[in-house]
Design a protein around this ligand. Structure first.
Ligand code: ARG
Length: 477
């Protein structure tokens, strides 16, 4: 049965050995891409006058039919040999031409890149929708009082939009990473054959062009060796999952504090405690980042210490890539729905803000600016007032007293205005800070950038579509 590959050279392989070395399960994902690669290769062989027009036509016709699917059998090792086997069953010996000037080494690298390009674009689209949803919720909450945290302790006065926008920016950088991963993936290894090219004058540039690639992985050894494009894709995806893990951790903590809530669709309850609203979706998204990180590290570990050119070890990288893409696609979609249902509880946030003195830093800044006191001294004065307030004193009167001891006469009314956490937002002038105008400016900026990414995705999709149309052009047969 394995004759197509082992010919008269080798006896049949041990069955278990065949099973563990076969990639057919993972190859389903690149099945269509492998057919397109073969189509481009057959056209390139014909253009190089290595095969006749008649043979080219026959093979192109048969290949176009294979786009509908063909059996993948582990006994042929992988999708590449399964295709050649199926073709030879259908059109006989002429199918054997597809092996000329081509190896599974350049073929698999090319097919993974083709499939990955499409999948990266679809991850980009899902990420764009998530960012859009974040922007929608942010624009409804530019004035919604909220607090920031450091060390998970209440820190400063802010807004719901300000917090949400921190994620929109981070995810926008992930879009940038995906775009870079796309451009590194968008290079063709085809025509490198096993690793040192061939005697056939196949035009690698033309072949790259026919497959819709933007360029060539020039060096033929590098072309079959490298999986760094997969690492770039995996890193971009892992970075998304780390950002979503952080967002989930925030949501979980904020729900626990009662300052944020989620729609029922994204919480579960307890089998014994009926009062519970557990943020289980966020918990799973948080945990998934560990799975994605381990896929990235696992893939990198496979090449650590590996020699150059093709080694079958590389085959173990691909399932990790597809698994990460599937994971990230589903967490992006679920998070898109979840963020739309975010509700901020302003009353609870204000209550916590007052109890936790989140205006302490405002107060220290005010004293420093108003009375020309070095910030460190103002910090000490406010710290002392907070301490006496915690012991039962009243904040403003304690503060006035301490200021007096330092030779400063302060106006109680003015200080009272400073300690209002809600009006703190309006006074913040920092670019990128919580002032509603700053949030609106950020929303507009992110929207503009999103538009550029959308154009990039649409343009790239159109280019891929055109490539495939060219391949299935009936004019070849
Ligand atoms: N199934 C292999 C993979 O996925 C294809 C290349 C195999 N090459 C070889 N010389 N055995 O990487």
């Amino acid at each position: 049965m394995t004759d197509i590959l082992r010919g008269k050279r080798l006896e049949p392989m041990d069955d278990l050995a065949l099973k563990i070395t076969s990639s057919v399960e993972t190859d389903k994902r690149i099945q269509k891409a492998v057919v397109y690669v073969n189509m481009a290769h057959v056209l390139a062989l014909y253009n190089a006058r290595a095969i006749s027009k008649e043979d080219m036509s026959k093979i192109m016709k048969a290949l176009s039919e294979e786009l509908g699917g063909f059996p993948l059998d582990y006994r042929y090792e992988d999708v590449h040999m399964s295709l050649e086997q199926d073709l030879s069953l259908k059109i006989g010996e002429v199918a054997g031409h597809i092996g000329l000037a081509k190896s599974r080494n350049d073929q698999v690298a090319t097919a993974i890149r083709l499939e990955l390009k499409e999948e990266l674009l679809s991850v980009m689209e899902s990420l764009e929708s998530l960012i859009e949803n974040i922007l929608n919720v942010a624009s409804e909450n530019v004035k919604t009082f909220f607090i920031t945290f450091t060390h998970l302790q209440p820190a400063q006065a802010s807004t719901g939009a300000h917090w949400l926008l921190s994620y929109a920016w981070a995810l926008l950088r992930d879009l940038e990473r995906l775009k870079l991963a796309y451009s590194i993936t968008d290079m063709s290894p085809m025509g490198s054959a096993a690793n040192a090219g061939s005697l056939v004058p196949v035009d690698r540039y033309e072949e790259a062009d026919m497959l819709g690639f933007s360029g060539l992985v020039e060096n033929t050894i590098d072309a079959v060796s490298t999986r760094d494009f997969i690492f770039d894709a995996l890193y971009s995806i892992t970075s998304i999952s780390l950002n979503l893990s952080k967002l989930s951790a925030d949501i979980i903590s904020f729900m626990s504090l009662g300052i944020l809530d989620l729609d029922d669709k994204f919480v579960s309850t307890s089998s014994i405690m009926p009062q519970k609203r557990n943020p289980v979706v966020a918990e799973i998204v948080r945990a998934k980042s560990a799975v994605l990180t381990s896929n990235l590290i696992g893939a990198m570990e496979i090449v650590r210490g590996l020699n150059s050119s093709y080694n079958l070890d590389l085959q173990e990288i691909t399932p990790r890539l597809w698994a990460s893409i599937d994971e990230v696609s589903s967490i992006l979609k679920v998070m898109s729905g979840m963020v739309l249902g975010i509700k901020f509880n302003e009353n609870k946030a204000e209550e916590l803000a007052k109890k936790a003195f989140v205006i302490a830093s405002d107060l220290a800044e005010f004293i420093s600016l108003k009375f020309g006191v070095p910030f460190r001294e103002a910090h000490h004065i406010v710290g002392e007032a907070v301490k006496s307030s915690e012991a039962g004193g009243e904040l403003i009167s304690s503060l006035i007293e301490i200021l007096k001891q330092n030779g400063i006469n302060a106006d109680a009314q003015e200080l009272t205005q400073v300690i209002n956490p809600v009006s703190s937002i309006e006074k913040k002038i920092t670019a990128g800070g919580p002032h509603p105008k700053e949030s609106i400016r950020q929303i507009n900026m992110i929207n503009l950038k999103l538009k550029e990414f959308e154009d990039f995705v649409n343009l790239s999709k159109r280019k891929i579509e055109k490539t495939y149309q060219m391949m299935i052009n009936k004019g070849w047969y």
